[in-house]
Design a binder for this molecule. Structure first.
Ligand SMILES: [Fe+2]
Ligand SMILES: [Fe+2]
Length: 265
């Protein structure tokens, strides 16, 4: 079977079913959709590999019914055996207890700093996989997920997930965008920049945090960036996306701009 990638996606979207973003060698990636017409649209993705299925950014409680309906269009939801929680924000992780009710043996892939907070959603009796100590997870096909920490973008324990077979980077809040004229895949990067600015200028910690993260991932071959909010960036936009972060002035750079050259002397 020929590989399907984000390059094959046209502008036409059917929001009543999952969208295949990648399919090759028994390894498939879906966008599960979100019909909410909100600027803060949340993306949930599902990686299916033989008998395993892992949710990326499962989402809040409000969208759980919709997400599980989409999963059920692909496989029995109780077959989902893992979820990647890139940080603990409710829009990423609040549905974790609902998913644990569906499959109590579901693994939770996250960092120790996130793990400290997750039990506040009401359950701590789950299978926690520490992605800081175990940064690679191999799926049944041999496809590897690499977990890469992204400190202070925006949470101290935030991380991204790189699917080495698809060459897709699940970036969580990094490269997230807020807009009402949403499309699944970015067309013009230039027009997308103000939408990313709406999020990054307020949420991301600093230029140093952004540049430090780029150094960690710039060696990767990336065919698509899949953020938790906004649109997917195809391979033609990856170089510009890295540059966007290198040049980003945000967070404390803006709030404390007057202290920039003030070294306390
Ligand atoms: Fe967040
Ligand atoms: Fe978010």
């Amino acid at each position: 079977m020929n590989a399907i990638t984000v390059k094959d996606l046209t502008g036409a979207m059917n929001l009543t079913q999952p969208t295949t973003l990648y399919a090759a060698n028994e390894h498939r990636i879906f966008w599960l959709g979100n019909t909410d017409e909100t600027a803060f649209r949340c993306n949930t993705y599902l990686i299916v590999d033989h008998h395993e299925a892992i949710l990326i950014d499962p989402g809040g409680k409000r969208h759980f019914a919709q997400v599980i309906r989409r999963v059920a269009q692909i496989l029995p939801p109780e077959q989902v055996n893992g979820m990647v929680l890139c940080h603990q924000d409710p829009d990423v992780a609040a549905s974790m207890t609902d998913w644990l009710a569906v499959n109590p043996s579901m693994r939770v892939f996250t960092t120790p700093r996130t793990q400290v907070l997750l039990p506040h959603y009401g359950r701590s009796d789950y299978w926690y996989c520490d992605v800081s100590s175990h940064p690679v997870y191999t799926m049944p096909s041999g496809a590897r997920l690499n977990f890469i920490e992204a400190p202070f973008l925006h949470f101290p324990g935030a991380f991204v997930t790189y699917d080495a077979q698809a060459r897709y980077l699940f970036s969580g809040d990094i490269w997230a965008a807020l807009d009402l004229d949403w499309t699944l895949v970015v067309d013009s990067f230039e027009k997308h920049v103000p939408k990313m600015n709406l999020f990054h200028l307020d949420y991301m910690a600093s230029n140093l945090a952004a540049r430090g993260f780029v150094k960690r991932i710039e060696h990767l071959a990336i065919d698509a960036i899949l953020p938790q909010h906004g649109s997917i960036l195809g391979s033609q936009h990856v170089a510009a996306a890295l540059d966007y972060l290198r040049q980003l002035h945000c967070g404390t750079d803006i709030i404390y701009a007057d202290l920039e050259n003030d070294h306390g002397g």
